[in-house]
Design a protein around this ligand. Structure first.
Ligand code: UD1
Length: 423
C-alpha cells in the first residue's frame, strides 16, 4: 500500500503551474471512440486514471501514444464488449464509454460501476437518458448493455433529474453522432469540463450548443472528424494548492489557471482571511490575519465544488470560531474526518454537515486516506500539524494530482511518497 510521509509545521511559499484537467480529459477520451480519424490531445495530465482510460481505448482497438502531456489516438478496428472489469472497476468515468460505443458500433457492453468511498454513485440518470434517446438498455451479470435503435427520432427532449456531470457528458456526446436528430438536454450540468467537452466535440465537427448553461442542444451528425485540442487547466488542482497556501498561512501563486472557474472558492478563501490577487491566468494568495470560520455548502457549478470540500474542512480546522461545511452533492464525503480528528481537529459530522470547532493546531499522526481529494486534504493537514504525519493507503493521490510530490516540495514542503507496485 502506498504511503506518504509529511513533515509538519510548514508554510508553503512560491509558485506552482497547474496541469491539465483530469475531469475534462477523461470524457474527451471517451468521446474519441466515436471518431475514426487521428486525434491529438494536448495538456493531458499524466495520471493513473488517464492511463486506465488509455488502456481501455487500446483494448477496444485504438492505437494510442502518450508523451509530454500529448495523447495521440489513431483509428483501428473497434472490438466491442472487450473491456475487462478490472479496468472499468478502477474508475467510474469509464462508464462514459457506454453511449459513445453504442452509437458508433450499434451496441456496447460496459461493467456497471459499483459504489465508492464517497457515496453510492448510481448511473440511473445516464440510463434513463440513453433510453430516452432511443437506446435499448438491459443489465446482465453486472454489465450494462446498450443497443442502438439504428435510426433516431427527429426530436428528443430529456430533463435530467439532477445536473449530473457524467450523465450530461455521456448524453451530449452520444447525441452528437445521432444522425438526423435534435436533442435538447435540460437541467444540464454547467461545469467548465462540460464546456471543454463541447469545445472538443465541435472541433471534431459536432453541433453542440449551450454548454455552461442549463440547456444543451445537439444536432446529430453523420460522422465526426479528427482534430487537435488542448484540455483546460485543472481547477480542482489549482484550488487544492490555493487552499494549501491558505491553510499553512503561506503565500502561493498558481499559474496557468482560468480564474473564473474558481470564482466561488476564491470568494470563500477571501472570507476565511486570504488576500487574493487575480490576474489573467494566475491567482496569488497570502494571509495577513488569523483564519476565520465560515458556513459553506458544496453545490453543482457555479457553486462551491464538492471536490474542494475536504480541502476547505481541513483549512477551517484551525480557523477561529465554529464553521459549518455542508456536502450538497455526495451523501458520504466526510470519510476523512475521523482521520483529521485523530490529528487533533474537532469536527463532528451529522447527516451531511460537518460542524468544525477551530483548534489552535494539529499534531502529526498515522492516518489513512479514503479517496483522491481527501488524500490531498490530509497532506495539507500534515503540513499544518506539528511533527510527522504518515498517510497510509495514499495511492489515490496518483489518480488525481500530477507530480504532487515535486510540486509541493518546490513550494517548500517536505513530502516523501512511497508508492506500491501499482504506482
Ligand atoms: C464528476 C467528477 C467528480 C465530481 C462530480 C461532481 C469526473 C470524472 N468526476 O463525477 O470529480 O466530484 O462530477 O462535481 O468528472 N447521480 C445519480 N445518478 C446518476 C448520476 C449521478 O444519482 O446517474 C448522483 C451522484 O451519486 C451524486 C450526484 O448525482 O450524488 C452528482 O454526480 P455527478 O455529477 O454525476 O458526478 P460524476 O460525473 O460521477
Amino acid at each position: 500500500m502506498s504511503q506518504i510521509v509529511v513533515t509538519g509545521s510548514t508554510s508553503l511559499n512560491g509558485s506552482v503551474t497547474v496541469s491539465g484537467s483530469k475531469n475534462s480529459a477523461l470524457p474527451i477520451l471517451a468521446a474519441s471512440i466515436m471518431i475514426d480519424e487521428t486525434i491529438v490531445l494536448n495538456n493531458v495530465p499524466e495520471l493513473r486514471d488517464i492511463f486506465t482510460m488509455l488502456s481501455i481505448l487500446q483494448r477496444i482497438g485504438r492505437k494510442v501514444s502518450f508523451s509530454g502531456n500529448t495523447v495521440r489516438i489513431e483509428p483501428g478496428e473497434i472490438v466491442v464488449g472487450n473491456i475487462p472489469y478490472e479496468l472499468i472497476g478502477k474508475m467510474r468515468a469509464s462508464f462514459n464509454l457506454l453511449g459513445p460505443l453504442a452509437v458508433r458500433c450499434g451496441w456496447a457492453k460496459v461493467g456497471k460501476p459499483g459504489g465508492c468511498n464517497i457515496g453510492q454513485r448510481p448511473v440511473d440518470y445516464h440510463l434513463r437518458g440513453l433510453r430516452k434517446l432511443g437506446f435499448r438498455i438491459s443489465e446482465q451479470h453486472g454489465d450494462v448493455i446498450a443497443v442502438s435503435p439504428g435510426s433516431f427520432d427527429d426530436f428528443v427532449h430529456y430533463r435530467l433529474p439532477y445536473p449530473s456531470v457524467g450523465a450530461t457528458e455521456q448524453l451530449m456526446t452520444v447525441a452528437s453522432l445521432m444522425k438526423g436528430s435534435k436533442v435538447v438536454i435540460e437541467n444540464a450540468a454547467r461545469e467548465p469540463e462540460v464546456c471543454d467537452l463541447q469545445g472538443f466535440l465541435n472541433g471534431s465537427g459536432a453541433d453542440v450548443r449551450g454548454a455552461g448553461t442549463s440547456v444543451i442542444e445537439v444536432v446529430g451528425k453523420d460522422a465526426l472528424h479528427g482534430t487537435e485540442y488542448r484540455v483546460i487547466p485543472d481547477r480542482v488542482e489549482a484550488g487544492t494548492y490555493l487552499f494549501a497556501g491558505l491553510a499553512t498561512l503561506g503565500e502561493v501563486t498558481v499559474k496557468s489557471v482560468i480564474p473564473e472557474h474558481l470564482a466561488v472558492p476564491i470568494k470563500i478563501m477571501s472570507e476565511i482571511g486570504g488576500i487574493v490577487d487575480i490576474s489573467e491566468d494566475s491567482v496569488h494568495i497570502e494571509v495577513s490575519s488569523p483564519l476565520k470560520a465560515v458556513k459553506v455548502s458544496s453545490e453543482p457549478f457555479p457553486g462551491f465544488p464538492t471536490d474542494l470540500q475536504p480541502l476547505l474542512t481541513v483549512t477551517l480546522s484551525t480557523a477561529r470560531g465554529e464553521s459549518v461545511v455542508e456536502e450538497g452533492v455526495f451523501e458520504n464525503r466526510f470519510g476523512y474526518v475521523d482521520e483529521l480528528n485523530r490529528m487533533g481537529a474537532d469536527v463532528k459530522v451529522c447527516n451531511r454537515k460537518a460542524f468544525i470547532k477551530g483548534v489552535s493546531g494539529l499534531s502529526g499522526a498515522e492516518i489513512k486516506a479514503p479517496d483522491i481529494r481527501a488524500t490531498a486534504a490530509l497532506i495539507v493537514a500534515g503540513l499544518i500539524a506539528e511533527g510527522e504525519t504518515i498517510i497510509h493507503e495514499a495511492g489515490h493521490i496518483f489518480r488525481g494530482y500530477e507530480r504532487i510530490q515535486a510540486k509541493l516540495n518546490d513550494l517548500g514542503a517536505v513530502i516523501k511518497v512511497f508508492p506500491d507496485e501499482d504506482g
